[in-house]
Design a binder for this molecule. Structure first.
Ligand SMILES: Nc1ncnc2c1ncn2[C@@H]1O[C@H](COP(=O)(O)OP(=O)(O)OP(=O)(O)O)[C@@H](O)[C@H]1O
Ligand SMILES: [Mg+2]
Length: 1024
């Protein structure tokens, strides 16, 4: 989109100021044409916008376009109405002053369209709150209402404004549109009763007939066909293809309710519109004396109903006139012609006054009640310069109005600009231009102008007529270069003038006016008696429009032209107090056709609108000027010398400032009171720099302020923190003190308790004792022995708990034992019982016992398969309980022999393979001796009373403890086992003893000593 715009930009030149041959009208025209062909309808002359009516819808008014132009510098984007509107708006906001946009151009050039587009732009682009939406809607919707009542199709324009409109849009300091006010100027009332061929009455009549609901029309007594109304058929073009009355009606109906019209208001408003149509259809017949009577009563009844006035009064008002004769009021009947005149006058009056009421009503709804100061942007959209085949009083007023606006334009641009250069002492080559003041004076000069002559004729008693008025004009203006009549004209010109015409050479061209009707229209006479009738109206609008005070005022009202002249003077004052922006609208052709560019027509407009002169002044001049104080005030932050204050003369400050920001000498000039800047771009660059600087300053201020606030907050927080800290410390300290006091008490008590610990329980030691008990028991819980064999682990009890400790230790042990015992298997139990026996026999008596404890006893060391069958058969009946290999030593020679020791229930057997070598019955067993050393010798003492009996058995067994224990248990000879130190005596045969000596040595040995003893040396036990 933007790319496309840029490409299109290159068509022609966007700003005429940049045109090389800027003095050539042809070049200007060429540029306009070139751009027009590409639908580029806007071109600048500096900050002035020239617009050419495209007569077709262009896609350049979309919200996207609005967005594009919002807040963008004038020359950054292709020329557009939005750029101008946006710049006016932003200048208003930054400089906080009032502005107006003057839209000028001839009828059909696009002024009204432009003003609507600007309004839409503001409606969309200005910030708005929910609350202000209704203001925005009302501003927008006031347009269709006013257009319906004040616009009409003319030959020049299908939607021609037939009234002047100046609209103030009020903005608050934030730039929100908060209200509005409309001033209307001279409505072309004559259109209500008469239209030229090809023209229409005001749109509202057709809209009502076309769009009004059946019921409404019935209530108003209207028929849908406009052809039935004589006020609508004179132009013979009730239907126009470019106008859609039906949809316009809907818009107007909707707008009326949004712009705060009550249903009652609306009803009465259409009552008036309908009554105008009924009035137009009234026919007067002449009675016998030639006086007017109303043909049919039906019309009058409708009017009487709709306007809320009695029928008879109305009838009388329309056919009679009140004449004051010698303080007496007499009703004089009207002729038919006068009756028609009175009827039309009434129609014009009620329509005209209703229009004024409408504007006031809209103003009420747009009014902003907030008394705070507001800035405004005024939009001036007035009827454009127009020339018809027959031009009358209305065209005279309209063209005079345009003349005045041109004068204002000249004043504000060409003249004042050049005057200003002169006043400021800026070097300058004056640009010649046509000043239309001479024409304005011709029309409005006091006592000598056309209006003055017209007024004079209007008040002159006696037979004043339009033609006499013309003669008077000829008398007074005869030699004026811009005034011609048939009589005054040269031969050639005379041919183009009728006798009743006068011609004015307006700035925009010649216009020939037909004087017929001038006096009447200027008088705008409405008979007093009909006014009286209207004052009694029950229609609220009519009632407001015709106030009885008007009847009391005997002073002659100002004529229409004078009123108009005065209101234009008022408008000029309003505009002069504001900053101007210009939109000059051009009409490309007279046929309202798109794409047609009529060179002659456009050249003519370029000429009379003074575009060439404006261009020359612009080109030679300076785009921007400001008083030193204002300029300095705004841009002083850009230079360190002038920021924050410049104490010297403002002019010097500005000079310092512009030098600092690097203006080139040809870019600016310093006048007496103002600085002049040649190109807008210089100013824009300065403005951009200012915006950046402003942001920086704002950031700085913000930062300072934030810093200040944060510092304050920080200080507050710090103070609060210190306070809290103090309090908290106090709380802590108090707690600590309490704790310490408590601790002292506890310690004291503890010490006292400790001192008295051994005394019987009393107050002094009760806590201590409890503490010690508690402490000991608590600790003890974690220091219990881990197992039954752990005999060392036990906390030493304090003295007072010794008994307790012992009890507990016992308890603990018992508990462990019980647990242990409960966990024992029967086999293990049996084993342990044996071990107990072993212990009783050998513990502390025989070496090697300790080592043997850990070795479990087995059931037997000989399996049945290891015992000979024969032996088994012999001993089976006694049930073998245990068997182990042993070495048997002969009693005499001590010869060692491998034998098996088998213990049965009843006896012990010494077996050599299949042979039972010796059987010792337990009952006969006298005793068992073992040494105290670590050898495995055991001597079974048996009775030896006769030689049949063998002597004691000398055995050596690897599992001595096991074997002896089992034997002891089986034989039930616990007390018969002897552990002997040194030597053991044994019986070899009755009466003969042998001795075995047991000793220790480095090597285990068994041998027969020389003394005949058996010597058993066992290893010396290792020192522990
Ligand atoms: N920017 C535009 N885009 C499209 N069409 C336009 C534009 N401006 C004007 N027109 C067309 O030209 C017609 C006449 O324009 P407009 O009513 O604005 O003229 P005007 O200058 O107000 O005339 P008058 O002085 O008679 O009121 C519009 O109805 C519309 O059809
Ligand atoms: Mg208009």
């Amino acid at each position: 989109m933007e790319g496309a715009l840029t490409a299109r930009d290159r068509v022609g030149i966007q700003d005429f100021v940049l045109l090389d041959s800027y003095t050539s009208e042809v070049a200007v025209l060429d540029n306009l044409r070139k751009r027009f062909r590409e639908n580029l309808i806007y071109t600048y002359i500096g900050t002035m916008l020239v617009s050419v009516n495209p007569y077709k819808e262009l896609e350049i008014y979309t919200p996207k376009q609005m967005d594009l132009y919002m807040g963008v510098n004038f020359f950054e984007l292709p020329p557009h109405l939005y750029a101008l509107a946006d710049n006016a708006y932003r200048t208003m906001l930054t400089e906080y002053n009032n502005h107006f946009i003057l839209i000028s151009g001839e009828s059909g050039a696009g002024k009204t369209e432009a003003s609507k587009k600007i309004l839409q732009f503001y409606a969309v682009c200005c910030p708005s709150t929910e609350q202000l939406h209704s203001v925005r809607d009302r501003l927008l919707l006031s347009n269709p209402v006013l257009e319906a009542f004040g616009n009409a199709k003319t030959l020049r324009n299908d939607n021609s404004s037939r009234f002047g409109k100046y609209m103030d849009i009020q903005f608050d300091f934030k730039g929100e549109a908060v209200g509005g006010h409309i001033l209307s100027y001279l409505l072309e009332k004559s259109r209500v009763v008469h239209q030229n061929h090809g023209e229409r009455n005001f749109h509202i009549f057709y809209q009502l007939l076309e769009g009004g609901e059946e019921e409404l029309l019935r209530w108003l007594g209207l028929e849908r066909n406009p052809q039935h109304y004589s006020y609508l058929v004179q132009g013979e073009c009730a239907k126009v293809s470019s106008i859609n009355d039906k949809s316009d009606w809907r818009t107007v109906r909707k707008a009326l309710s949004i712009v705060d019209f009550s249903e009652n208001d609306i009803e009465h408003l259409f009552g008036i519109i309908a009554s105008v149509l009924h009035l137009g259809n009234l026919h007067f017949d002449a009675d016998g004396k030639g006086y007017a009577t109303i043909g049919s009563n039906a019309g009058v009844r409708w009017i009487s109903k709709l306007l809320g006035v009695p029928v008879l009064l109305l009838q009388e008002g329309l056919t009679h006139r009140k004449i004051e004769a010698k303080a007496e009021e007499v009703l004089s009947p009207l002729t038919v012609e006068h009756a028609y005149y009175a009827r039309d006058a009434l129609a014009k009056a009620i329509y005209g006054r209703t229009f004024t009421w409408l504007v006031n009503k809209i103003n009420e709804s747009l009014a902003n009640q907030d008394p705070r100061r507001k800035t405004v942007i005024g939009l001036l959209d007035i009827y454009g310069f127009e020339v018809f085949y027959i031009n009358s009083f209305e065209q005279f007023c309209i063209n005079y109005c345009n003349e005045k606006l041109q004068q204002l334009f000249i004043q504000l641009t060409l003249k004042s600009e050049q005057d200003e250069y002169e006043m400021e002492g800026i070097e300058w080559e004056p640009v010649q231009f046509f000043n239309n003041k001479i024409i304005c004076d011709l029309v409005e000069e006091k006592h000598r102008g056309i209006i003055a002559v017209l007024d004079e004729e209007c008040v002159r008693p006696g037979g004043a007529t339009d033609l006499i008025f013309l003669e008077k004009l000829e008398e007074k203006m005869g030699s004026h270069p811009h005034f011609v009549t048939h009589k005054l004209a040269d031969q050639k010109t005379r041919k183009t003038l009728e006798r009743g015409d006068f011609r004015l050479l307006h700035y925009a061209g010649e216009v020939t006016y037909c004087v017929i009707g001038f006096l009447d229209k200027n008088n705008d006479l409405l008979y007093r008696n009909i006014k009286e009738v209207m004052c009694q109206s029950k229609n609220v609008i009519v009632k407001q429009c015709f106030s009885p005070s008007e009847l009391d005022n005997r002073k002659r009202p100002e004529t229409v032209a004078t009123q108009f002249k005065n209101s234009l003077a008022g408008l000029a004052d309003i505009l002069m107090s504001k900053e101007p922006w210009y939109v000059r609208c051009l009409k490309p052709n007279d046929a309202k056709q798109p794409g047609r560019f009529d060179d002659v027509l456009v050249r003519h407009q370029v000429k009379y609108l003074g575009l060439m002169e404006h261009l020359r002044v612009r080109r030679a001049g300076f785009a921007y000027r400001r008083r030193y104080e204002i300029f300095l005030q705004r841009y002083k932050p850009l230079c360190p010398d002038t920021w924050p204050h410049w104490r010297g003369v403002p002019a010097e400050g500005v000079e310092r400032l512009v030098k600092y920001i690097g203006y080139k000498p040809d870019e600016y000039k310093l006048g007496r009171t103002k600085i002049f800047i040649r190109h807008p771009r210089t100013l824009f660059a300065t403005e951009d720099a200012f915006q950046i600087c402003k942001n920086n300053l704002a950031t700085k201020i913000q930062a300072r302020y934030k810093g200040y606030r944060v510092k304050g907050e920080y200080q507050k927080k710090k103070e609060a923190a210190t306070k809290i800290e103090n309090c908290w410390r106090g709380v802590q300290a108090r707690k600590e003190r309490e704790r310490r006091a408590w601790a002292v008490k506890v310690i004291k008590k503890f010490i006292k308790g400790f001192i008295n610990r051994n005394k019987p329980l009393c107050d002094d030691n009760a806590d201590y004792v409890t503490f010690v008990r508690y402490n000991y028991l608590n600790k003890l819980r974690n220091h219990l022995p881990k197992g039954l064999l752990d005999k060392t682990t036990w906390l030493n009890p304090p003295l007072m708990l010794e008994t307790t400790s012992q009890i507990l230790r016992r308890l603990c042990m018992r508990t462990m034992v019980r647990k242990y015992v409960k966990g024992l298997t029967p086999q293990r139990k049996a084993q342990l019982q044996l071990k107990v026996v072993t212990s009783a026999l050998f513990k502390g008596k025989k070496d090697g016992y300790t080592q043997s404890v850990a070795k479990p006893f087995v059931d037997t060391r000989l399996g049945e398969q290891e015992i000979n069958m024969k032996v088994l058969q012999i001993v089976r009946s006694e049930r073998i309980k245990y068997g182990t290999p042993v070495v048997k030593y002969d009693r005499n020679g001590f010869k060692p022999r491998q034998r098996q020791l088998i213990l049965t229930q009843v006896a012990a057997y010494v077996v050599e393979d299949a042979k039972v070598k010796q059987r010792v019955e337990y009952s006969a067993l006298k005793g068992v001796s073992v040494s105290s050393l670590s050898d495995g010798f055991l001597i079974l003492h048996v009775p030896c009373e006769d030689n049949k009996q063998k002597g004691d058995l000398i055995l050596q067994c690897d599992h001595l403890f096991e074997a002896v224990t089992k034997l002891c248990v089986l034989a039930n000879k616990h007390s018969s086992v002897k552990v002997v130190q040194g030597s053991i005596r044994f019986a070899i045969q009755p009466g003969k003893e042998g001795i075995i000596d047991f000793s220790t040595g480095q090597e285990a040995m068994v041998y027969r000593a020389k003394n005949g003893h058996l010597v058993v040396v066992s290893l010396r036990p290792k020192a522990r």
